[in-house]
Design a protein around this ligand. Structure first.
Ligand code: XMP
Ligand code: MG
Length: 179
């Protein structure tokens, strides 16, 4: 698997160092507030798993699975809820954890949804941000790394469901796409 990676963009050590730093900030921010941490399946799983261990205050965990509705050129930002939360967000401080923000459509939908459901606050932490891909205005509260407008895999991010289990973020060799 690892020989299919052309270039490592962000190393395992860089990711883990960043997570410690983000965790410290979140610990300060959420001390005494019992936030609901919401991971967006499946890409955020490795990031969420490592990040929550660096938040040194009580949290509650939940996950949500969403998928974009049909054709990507539709900029309505409508997404289909494949698996909803088990927890009510009403009155809660919600922290959404995402792997990457590209167009911003998925996340702007989720942020609006949680406000509509009367969350007390909604914050967004993403490991990666691809600002060149934006179709809607969305500024995440916390960004691990800004990446160029290239397709990246690893640490939760997939190509055809593969590579999520790499410990780093990389770019695939072109021949992988061509079969
Ligand atoms: P938005 O709505 O911001 O959604 O476009 C972001 C989702 O798009 C996927 N995505 C990627 N997945 N490598 C991936 O493996 C990438 O470079 C990439 N860019 C976007 C991803 O599922 C993310 O949650
Ligand atoms: Mg995703």
């Amino acid at each position: 698997m690892r020989d299919e990676i052309k270039e490592i963009l962000i190393t395992e050590e860089e990711i883990q160092r960043k997570i410690v730093e983000i965790g410290k900030g979140l610990t300060e921010e959420y001390k005494g507030r019992f936030p609901l941490v919401v991971g967006v399946l499946k890409g955020s799983l490795p990031f969420m798993g490592d990040l929550i261990q660096r938040i040194d205050t009580h949290i509650e965990l939940d996950v949500m699975d969403v998928s974009s509705y049909g054709n990507e050129t539709v900029s309505s930002g409508e997404v289909k809820i494949v698996k909803d939360l088990n927890t009510s967000v009403e009155g809660r401080d919600v922290l959404i954890v995402e792997d990457i923000i590209d167009s911003g459509l998925t996340l702007s939908y989720l942020v609006k949804l949680f406000h509509y459901r009367k969350a007390k606050s909604v914050k967004l932490v993403t490991l990666l941000d691809k600002p060149e891909g934006r179709k809607v205005e969305l500024v995440p509260d916390i960004v691990g790394f800004t990446v160029p407008d290239e397709f990246v895999v690893g640490y939760g991010l997939d190509y055809a469901e593969r590579y999520r289990n790499l410990p780093y973020i990389g770019i695939l060799k072109p021949e992988v796409y061509n079969g």
